[in-house]
Design a protein around this ligand. Structure first.
Ligand code: 5GP
Length: 211
């Protein structure tokens, strides 16, 4: 069976980065799509690991060459998902996680060119979101305000997703995310090839029982 794109989205500070890390630890067979961004590299980030860090000019060239499945301006920077690498992984039967903002998630879901599963991560409350973003300390005062202001609009998009995970407690929420991904693989129509193989083996042996 072809792999699928697992879209993980939430407001900034919703905890999706942490949850994705946990889930990848539990399910090492999952692939991860590294996005492109024009934002400044943060201390501790590595080019090609968290993001491909590019200039705005390079990003615009990538848009023009049709490299992106989706792209969006988020909190003043451009972010985009390249699909060419993921296509190869889908062909190899691998599911690929992509972390995108809500605009990007909606673009992917609307296009319907890629088989995807949408999971939205909600913080347990606005206060918790604010506390997490502040404690992270990766943004200055103005950037923090932008992200908090944008969160009001972002949470309203929850209804576009098939699944919602409330990130109150990381071990619980990450197990919920992993369960969703595993359950999606067990859907009957995702297993028709394997089921047919099993039924064929029954069919080939039924003469032994005079059926
Ligand atoms: P950060 O700057 O904190 O790493 O990310 C800011 C926002 O951009 C987050 O909501 C993150 O999910 C989103 N983001 C990261 N990669 C992509 C992408 O490829 N496309 C879109 N649309 N958003 C992305």
């Amino acid at each position: 069976m072809r792999g699928r794109l697992i879209i993980i989205s939430s407001p900034s500070g919703g905890g999706k980065g942490t949850l994705i890390k946990e889930v990848r630890g539990m399910m090492p067979e999952l692939a991860y799509s590294v996005s492109f961004t024009t934002r400044q590299q943060r201390f501790g980030e590595e080019d090609g690991r968290e993001y491909h860090f590019v200039t705005r000019e390079r990003f615009e060239q990538l848009i023009a060459s049709g490299e992106f499945l989706e792209y969006a301006e988020v909190h003043g920077n451009l972010y985009g998902t390249s699909i060419s690498e993921s296509e190869k992984l889908f062909d190899a039967g691998k599911d690929v996680i992509v972390e995108v903002d809500v605009q990007g998630a909606v673009q992917i879901m609307d296009k319907k060119t890629v088989d995807s599963i949408g999971i939205f991560i909600l913080p347990p409350s606005f206060e918790v979101l604010k506390a997490r973003l502040t404690a992270r300390g990766t943004e200055g005062e103005a950037e923090l305000r932008t992200r908090l202001r944008n969160a009001f609009n972002e949470v309203m998009h929850y209804s576009r997703f098939k699944y919602v995970v409330i990130n109150q407690d990381v071990p619980v929420a990450s197990r919920q995310m992993a369960s969703i991904i595993m359950a999606e693989r067990q859907l009957l129509d995702r297993q028709s090839g394997a089921i047919q193989g099993i039924l064929d083996s029954f069919d080939a042996s039924k003469h032994q029982f005079e059926l």
